[in-house]
Design a protein around this ligand. Structure first.
Ligand code: NAD
Length: 339
């Protein structure tokens, strides 16, 4: 049994914690939170042990009538691995936590908002599962990078890829976030190429990939417009579609079935009845998959709040090295209802 702690209980942290609760080879020892807000009550309602992330704020929890089991340091001691889902916006905070994990001899997993260098190793279940074995630190790449790595894995099973150019149309804010924008503009990431291409190369070092990005006023999903120059010029769109169909972490959607936009995809996700209305799979518009003059084109949609969750679970198993890639991915898929 792997004892897992979650540090930072926001969008990603609460989903990782819930997913850990569903694994038969992991135990959630608790979560660390900065404040006694409604999410703290959600956690205690699920019988999750709460710890104060900031020792000086521990008293706020008792004032709010919420029991805590101690401070974050106590939680880290009880864990074999800490999944660090803190915002990743302040390198000093990230380094301080890394030192804590190091001193205690615990493994640490960070999320995509952190620099690759913090962990020195970036993880995607398809591409780098086997390289995670025995590592103390790893970083599960961001939602966008995870989406690109996943679909490009399926393309790479058909033909080597010579070059990828992709445009990320990014959601402005998560649904539970009231502070980010834009709300009335399209905001390009003016520095070209955007950071997403280099981030994919932290997982797939030899891939020639360049990206651009714009943020748009929506909260539901990101959309990627992907172009890939294929080495094998005989490949047909149907070959790529069959490879996508074989990958359980992708879902093919058709315009004719009503999937006209990200709105219908997220409505479908809610129909699935999963926690938080999540869609772990990357949704690819089947009708968009085309090969023209040796280049592949397709659109894919990313549920940014949840696509990285299966990879977090696989990353935990991969680092402990007791379960192989195929078995772990199957276990994760089954536990999360990914078919
Ligand atoms: P979030 O803001 O929703 O959650 C972060 C949580 O950490 C909050 O609850 C916050 O109170 C808490 N926190 C802040 N400082 C802390 C500290 N010092 N110690 C402990 N907890 C602290 O952020 P998020 O969206 O869950 O992002 C977490 C990580 O996941 C980031 O690296 C982010 O880039 C990455 N990520 C986010 C998304 C997404 O779309 N939301 C997708 C993939 C990866």
């Amino acid at each position: 049994m792997i004892n897992v702690a979650v540090n930072g209980y926001g969008t990603i942290g609460k989903r990782v914690a819930d997913a850990v609760l569903k694994q038969d080879d992991m135990k959630l020892v608790g979560v660390a939170k900065t404040k006694p807000d409604f999410s703290a009550k959600y956690a205690t309602g699920r019988k999750i042990r709460l710890y104060s992330a900031l020792p000086e704020k521990a008293g706020d929890f008792s004032k709010a009538g919420i029991d805590i089991a101690g401070n974050a340091a106590d939680l880290f001691k009880a864990a074999d691995v800490v999944v660090d889902c803190t915002p990743g916006k302040d390198p000093k905070v990230s380094e301080a936590y890394k030192n804590q994990y190091k001193v205690l001899g615990k493994k640490g997993i960070w999320e995509g908002g952190e620099a690759h260098e913090l962990a020195g190793f970036s993880f995607n279940a398809f591409w780098s599962y086997d390289q995670a074995k025995g590592r103390q630190f790893a970083r599960v790449v961001s939602c966008n990078t995870t989406g690109l790595c996943r679909s490009l894995w399926s393309v790479s099973q058909v033909t080597p890829i010579e070059r990828v150019d992709a445009v990320m149309v990014r959601r402005a804010a998560d649904p539970g976030d009231s502070k980010n924008g834009p709300i009335n503009a399209i905001k390009p990431v003016v520095k070209v190429p955007s950071h997403h291409g280099p981030d994919v190369r932290t997982v797939i070092p030899n891939l020639n990939i360049n990206t651009m990005a714009v943020a748009v006023p929506t909260t539901l999903m990101h959309v990627h417009c992907v172009t890939a120059k294929l080495k094998d010029r005989g490949v047909k769109a149907d070959d790529i579609i069959s490879s996508f169909e074989k990958n359980p972490r992708l879902v093919l959607v058709d315009e004719a079935s009503g999937f006209k936009s990200t709105a219908e995809i997220m409505e479908y996700a809610r129909d699935l009845g999963r926690p938080f209305g999540d869609l772990y799979e990357i949704a690819i518009w089947r009708d968009s998959v085309s090969v023209v003059d040796g280049s592949l084109y397709f659109y894919q949609a990313i549920h940014q709040e949840s696509d990285v969750i299966p990879d977090n679970i696989d990353c935990i198993r991969a680092m402990f090295g007791k379960v192989g890639k195929e078995e772990s991915m199957k276990k994760t898929n089954k536990s999360l209802g990914i078919k």
